[in-house]
Design a protein around this ligand. Structure first.
Ligand code: ADP
Ligand code: MG
Length: 616
């Protein structure tokens, strides 16, 4: 075949292959156009999962009648005019491809009216053929109607799924949009029936978080907001006990654009590494904001991905911010602001409810500096705790665990009432249940603590603190080894020599694809160095840092802590139990055991009342 220029319609259909995968991608492109036009309300009417009809109507700035035809022609955009504009682009669109692509694979109508115009106008396109611009009654704003998607591309139509599935994709995308733009009202109807409505509001003070991700998420999410190095990361992260089997609740926005980014996802996962149950995924809604010139948004036709100029810095920033936020998740924390409290939970879930509702990091709060020791509401004396606790720890404790006893309160015998803020968050122990659980009474109701899980975390955190001070020592190998790692890994090892030294590896390059290893991290002397080093090199290449050594170390310390922790069926005295509760309140990450299981649960008096149908 000789070379020839493709016809316009075919060019657009080929472009549509990149941008328009399914009805959800059409909805995405059209709603983004509405938002770029300054809409405050967007109506989305769908039929048959969007395959039969997608109609998007907005109250934005509209399009001039003489520009309607231009809007649907290829590479026509009002959003950028030069390469400089592209580098700092603040709109969601900029490629000028969506409308012509969608119009080439559907029966398409564009109708619009600018606020100052006397009436609206409309333009129809079918099979890529432009009709005439005709007058049309229309409120200020724009309506785009897409009928019979892929009617002229049977190969594509075959890939469409059941109505329910396509609708699901649209709803999922709208959810992610609703989180990013809580200021915009979104109304959705399907097959003529209203199916969803997001009222305009604010993500931090209104109901949008619960409406989109569910009240369960909203009730326990931690708010984060941290700025530095020209970056800002804010949003919500789930407490570790609220984990997911899949990555379905991971929302990341870069300058307001919903994107997938492996490096940021990895940073989040690393931040959760120490508190998440094995195989579980964290849930989050995170907004990363930075100067637009530091991120390239033009790397994906549907703009699902971006490229950062300083990816390492961002990885580090995200990791540190979230790790710090998660370290604050101590047992006994209660909601301080904004989010739902225990009362908002349906009665049926009361018994299932886990601890820790909506502690807001950004809203301050946290632990009072010291507790006033006193009689418990039931009149149990908090006495002799230091001695009893020391004995507890002196049991078959792991190395280092008996060090650093907590400062114990002195006794002044203040009477406590339920309203007295002097009652510690986890309250005072009243009993031990089956040698496994501690029951305690606090100002709001009942606290149940898994004593082994809690003790294990406390020991683990102590061991880590003790080891952090010592650094990672290098242990020379009796017989240095030569590893064939391939050229790429050898390059990485050479480039990252300083990082590797800090981790305890002493390595020199001994050939194009081989390394000479003279020392390895002392704590892991028994580990198999080859696999470890390979993993570390892969991490360094892909993410600019590696936590393998630290997590291998943590694993070891965690095992030690587990063996040192109180076993089930060990009878504790009331002072011992109280001492454990006080320790939980001041230990980082004490809401989860070392394996990510919760260490405590709370039942408010109101919840318990509901069990007995009291007060109705
Ligand atoms: P892009 O969004 O990349 O500019 P599109 O093909 O999606 O390309 O849209 C082309 C142009 O049509 C936009 O640049 C904008 O000027 C105009 N346009 C599209 N949709 C709307 C709308 N809902 N309201 C106002 N103008 C719109
Ligand atoms: Mg667009």
């Amino acid at each position: 075949m000789s070379i020839r220029q493709l016809p316009e319609i075919l060019i657009n259909q080929i472009a549509a292959g990149e941008v328009v995968e399914r009805p959800a991608s059409v909805v995405k492109e059209l709603v983004e156009n509405a938002l770029d036009a300054g809409a405050t309300r967007v109506d989305i009417d769908l039929e048959e999962g969007g395959v039969r009809l997608i109609r998007i109507r907005d109250d934005g700035g509209g399009i001039a009648p003489e520009e309607l035809a231009l809007a649907v022609s290829r590479h026509a955009t009002s959003k950028i005019a030069s390469l400089d504009d592209l580098e700092a682009v603040a709109t969601l669109g900029f490629r000028g491809e969506a409308l012509p692509s969608i119009a080439s694979v559907s029966r398409f109508t564009l109708a619009s009216r600018r606020p100052g115009d006397e009436h609206g106008s409309a333009l129809q396109i079918e099979g890529g053929k432009l009709g005439q611009v005709t007058p049309r009654a229309h409120a200020p704003g724009t309506t785009v109607e897409v009928r019979e998607l892929f009617y002229n591309v049977p190969a594509r139509r075959k890939f469409l799924r059941a109505e329910r599935t396509e609708l699901g994709h649209i709803e999922e995308w709208l959810r992610s949009l609703a989180l990013a733009r809580p200021d915009v009202e979104l109304r959705v109807s399907h097959n003529g029936k209203p199916s969803r409505r997001y009222k305009p509001g604010d993500l931090y003070s209104d109901a949008r978080l619960g409406e989109t991700l569910g009240e369960d998420f909203a009730a326990q999410a931690l708010r984060v907001d941290h700025s530095g190095a020209g970056l800002r990361l804010h949003g919500w992260i789930a407490q570790p006990h609220y984990s997911r089997a899949s990555t379905d609740q991971q929302y990341l926005y870069v300058n307001g654009r919903s994107v997938r980014d492996r490096s940021v996802a990895h940073a989040v996962k690393m931040a959760y590494a120490d508190v998440l149950f094995h195989g579980r995924q964290p849930a989050y809604v995170l907004f990363l904001e930075l100067d637009p010139t530091r991120v390239d948004v033009n790397v994906h036709p549907a703009k699902h991905e971006v490229r950062f100029r300083d990816a390492r810095l961002i990885h580090d920033f995200v990791y540190r911010t979230l790790k710090e936020a998660l370290a604050e998740t101590r047992a006994g924390m209660t909601a301080t602001a904004g989010s739902a409290d225990a009362q908002a939970v349906p009665a049926g879930e009361a018994g299932q409810r886990l601890a820790g509702s909506g502690y807001a990091l950004a809203g301050g709060g946290g632990m009072p500096a010291s507790w006033r020791p006193q009689q418990s509401p039931l009149g149990l004396q908090v006495a002799d705790a230091p001695a009893a606790y020391a004995a507890l720890y002196a049991a078959p404790a792991a190395a280092g665990m008996s060090a650093g006893l907590p400062p114990m309160p002195s006794q002044n015998g203040l009477p406590a009432t339920a309203a007295d803020s002097g009652v510690p968050p986890l309250g005072y122990a009243v009993a031990q249940l089956h040698g496994i659980y501690i029951l305690a009474e606090n100002a709001e109701g009942l606290i149940v603590v898994d004593m082994h899980a809690a003790h294990e975390r406390i020991g683990y955190e102590r061991l880590k603190t003790a080891h952090d001070g010592m650094g990672l020592h290098a242990q020379p190998l009796l017989v240095p080894i030569t590893l064939a790692v391939g050229e790429r890994d050898a390059d990485t090892a050479e480039r990252e020599a300083d990082t590797l030294t800090a981790l305890g590896f002493e390595i020199t390059r001994s050939g194009p694809g081989s390394l000479h290893v003279r020392s390895i991290p002392a704590l892991l002397a028994n580990a198999e160095p080859e696999g470890l080093l390979r993993d570390v090199l892969t991490d360094l290449r892909e993410h600019g840092q590696s936590r393998r050594i630290a997590s291998a170390r943590d694993e070891l310390l965690s095992t030690m802590a587990c063996h040192g922790a109180v076993r089930a069926n060990r009878r504790l005295t009331v002072p011992e139990m109280n001492a454990l509760l006080r320790d939980m309140e001041t230990t980082e990450r004490s809401g989860q055991c070392n394996h990510g299981r919760p260490t405590w649960a709370r039942f408010s008096l109101a919840e318990i009342d509901r069990w007995f149908l009291r007060g109705r």
